[in-house]
Design a protein around this ligand. Structure first.
Ligand code: DC
Length: 220
C-alpha cells in the first residue's frame, strides 16, 4: 500500500494531536507532534534565560538543543519533557518563540527529515503549507472558540492545574492571534486542505471521517 503524508493543522486546542495520534495508530504510521518541538525549545529558552531579541543568543541556544521522540514523547537533550512543556509558563511564551525565523528554520528542517520515508501523521500550524506542501492529505481542523477553551480547561483541571476558564480562553486567543499573524509561515489553511469542524463530533466520528479521507488517498 502507498505510504502517504498526512498534515493536520488548525488553531490551538482543536484536538489536532488526539486525532493525529489515533489516525497514526489506525494506519500504523509514525505520529509527530510538531508543537511539542516548539514547546521544548521554549522550555530551553526559559531555563537558560535566552533573550528572544538577541540573534546570537538564539543561534547559540539552538546549537545546544537536541530534540528527539521516544515512544511519541519529546526529549530535550536526553530528558523526557513531555509533561513539563504543557505548563502554563511554557504556553504563555511558546508563540513568541515559535515566531522567530531561526527557530522555525531549525524545527522545520527536523520535521522534514522525520517525514522523508512518508507514512507519517504530523500536526501543527504550518505542516500543510510549509513543512509538507506536497502532503497527500491535508486536514484543517476547526472548532468553535468556546468549545475549544472548555476542552482545554477540562484537560488542565484534570491535571489539577490551578487556572480559571478565562485564563485558558485568553491564552488560546493570544496564541491564535500570534500564530496566524506572524511573518514567517503563519497559521493558515492550505488551499488544498479539507476543513473538518469537530465542534459537535465525537472523537470516534472525527476519526472515522479522517480515516476515510486517508484511505481514499492511500488507494489512489
Ligand atoms: O500544538 P501546540 O499548542 O502544542 O503548539 C504550541 C505552539 O507552537 C503554538 O502556539 C504555535 C506553535 N507551533 C507552530 O508555530 N508551528 C507548528 N507547526 C506547531 C506549533
Amino acid at each position: 500500500m502507498n505510504k502517504i503524508i498526512i498534515a493536520i493543522d488548525g488553531y490551538s486546542s482543536t484536538g489536532k494531536s488526539t486525532l493525529a495520534k489515533q489516525l497514526a495508530k489506525k494506519l500504523n504510521y509514525i505520529y509527530i507532534d510538531s508543537g511539542a518541538m516548539y514547546r521544548a525549545i521554549t522550555l530551553y529558552f526559559l531555563q537558560n534565560e535566552i533573550d528572544c531579541n538577541h540573534l546570537d543568543s538564539i543561534r547559540y541556544a539552538l546549537s545546544q538543543i537536541h530534540l528527539n521522540f521516544v515512544h511519541q514523547q519529546i526529549h530535550l537533550n536526553g530528558m523526557n519533557v513531555e509533561e513539563i512543556i504543557r505548563s502554563m509558563e511554557v504556553s504563555n511564551l511558546v508563540s513568541e518563540v515559535a515566531a522567530l525565523e531561526q527557530v522555525r528554520v531549525f524545527a522545520v528542517q527536523q520535521q522534514q527529515f522525520l517525514g522523508k520515508e512518508r507514512g507519517i501523521v504530523m500536526d501543527g500550524r504550518d505542516i500543510g503549507t510549509t513543512v509538507f506542501p506536497d502532503a497527500e492529505l491535508k486536514i484543517f481542523l476547526t472548532a468553535q472558540e468556546d468549545i475549544r477553551s472548555q476542552r482545554r480547561f477540562d484537560e488542565m483541571k484534570l491535571k489539577s492545574e490551578t487556572i480559571t476558564f478565562l485564563e485558558v480562553k485568553t491564552n488560546l486567543a493570544h496564541r491564535d492571534h500570534i500564530d496566524s499573524t506572524r511573518e514567517f509561515s503563519p497559521l493558515t489553511k492550505a488551499i488544498d486542505a479539507v476543513v473538518l469542524d469537530n465542534s459537535h463530533l465525537s472523537m470516534d466520528e472525527q476519526l472515522e471521517i479522517a480515516y476515510r479521507w486517508a484511505m481514499e488517498k492511500v488507494m489512489g
